[in-house]
Write a protein that binds this ligand. Structure first.
Ligand code: FES
Length: 106
């Protein structure tokens, strides 16, 4: 099973192919996902510190360009975990004071 490492939070084993946003949340990392995983809000964005994901998707490119966000970040609702990665969530319940949002579909 792949492992996700989140600096200062720990390393978690996750099911292969699981959506990154759900893998983080189910591991106790309270990342935001305000649009419910539809690739619009960008609150689920992460910085990828190591490991590989698919190439940037059009959904991510469009969302980042609309919000003026640097596209070296990735939207965790658009990614699946297929190997060991280290990611740093940008917006979490703890640092934003917001509710996480509706749970994204599997
Ligand atoms: S862009 Fe909204 S949850 Fe991913």
């Amino acid at each position: 099973m792949p492992k996700i490492t989140v600096p200062e939070r720990g390393t978690f084993e996750v099911e292969n192919g699981k959506k990154l946003v759900l893998a983080l949340e189910d591991s106790g990392v309270h990342i935001l996902h305000r649009c419910g995983g539809n690739g619009r809000c960008t609150t689920c964005r992460v910085e990828v510190l190591s490991g590989e994901f698919c190439d940037l998707t059009n959904v991510e490119r469009d969302a980042f360009s609309e919000k003026g966000i640097e596209d070296h970040l990735r939207l965790s609702c658009q990614l699946r975990v297929n190997g060991d990665v280290t990611v740093r969530p940008i917006m979490m319940v703890e640092n934003s004071g917001m509710d996480a949002g509706p749970k994204p579909a599997e």
